[in-house]
Ligand binder design. Structure first.
Ligand code: NAI
Length: 253
């Protein structure tokens, strides 16, 4: 039986790694695309132990010139692409007063999180359309509660995620007739390297009631949602936003 194949950007650690692991356990072959130079061997052992074939493509998703090579790497490894998980992203270079936000830092955050993701989605969508498939296909983008909730100490990050949210809506409309599900997954506060530098702040906020579920999110919380979406049973929900935040984003008094 043909196995489906997934590309996960930023899959060398954190949320992306959990997505790669869960998709591998769900029967997908896995290509991780990441900046990390030394990740490939450890990842290969982890992912193949879950029954999947594994490929690694080292790249910076902000470099649009590499996107064709990334698509080719997946096609040459697996002969197909059924799922793209747009996970790679960076936090604000500097957290601070937005009145001091520097254009070069704004450009870096937007260049990776928004521009890189938009054009990689475009390249993968074209490859999907060029090779029709009989099984569920999807493009799943990891945004953030910051797509909707403001944080004035890192507006560049919030703008990048809000922009991605609108990209997902447009892409969902374009690909709905092609039966490719397009989803936005919005994590809340998830325990990863990205949040390790501010973990004391988030510990205090969670203790203070910011997250009604009263806990940190774990990467496996996101992996489970992504694998469910990729599996196709929610295909008619294309264009939807799935919050994975312990009710953090629910407006309340
Ligand atoms: P992380 O920093 O632990 O891992 C990010 C991974 O992406 C790393 O492997 C890194 O090498 C890779 N990466 C970064 N820039 C890249 C680039 N330009 N090209 C290719 N790979 C690149 O981050 P984490 O926490 O796992 O976050 C993953 C995604 O989830 C990000 O888009 C982030 O904005 C989002 N997110 C994270 C939350 C959290 O609380 N950790 C909350 C909401 C959203």
């Amino acid at each position: 039986m043909t196995r489906p194949a997934a590309i996960i950007t930023g899959g060398a650690r954190g949320i992306g790694l959990a997505c790669a692991q869960t998709l591998a356990e769900s029967g997908y072959d896995i290509l991780v695309a990441d900046l990390a130079e030394t990740a490939a061997d450890d990842l290969a052992a982890d992912i193949t132990a879950r029954g999947a074939k594994f490929a690694y493509h080292r790249c910076d998703i902000a470099d649009l010139g590499d996107h064709a090579a990334l698509v080719d790497a997946a096609i040459s490894a697996f002969g197909r692409i059924d799922c793209l998980v747009n996970n790679a992203g960076v936090g604000a270079v500097v957290r601070g007063d937005l009145l001091e936000l520097k254009p070069e830092n704004f450009d870096r955050t937007l260049g990776i999180n928004l521009r890189g993701t938009v054009f990689l989605s475009q390249a993968v969508a074209k490859a999907m359309l060029a090779a029709p498939s009989g099984i569920a296909r999807s493009i799943i983008t990891i945004t953030s509660v910051s797509a909707e909730m403001a944080s004035p100490e890192r507006p560049d990050y919030c703008i990048s995620k809000a922009g991605l949210s609108m990209w997902v809506k447009n892409l969902a409309l374009r690909l709905a007739p092609e039966n490719i599900g397009v989803f936005e997954v919005r994590p809340g506060i998830i325990r990863t390297d990205m949040t390790s530098g501010v973990s004391a702040k988030y510990d205090a906020l969670i203790d203070g009631g910011l997250v009604p579920a009263k806990r940190w999110g774990e990467t496996a919380d996101i992996g489970a949602v992504v694998a469910t979406l990729a599996g196709g049973k929610l295909g008619f929900s294309t264009g939807s936003i799935i919050n994975v935040d312990g009710a953090l984003s629910v407006p309340r008094l």
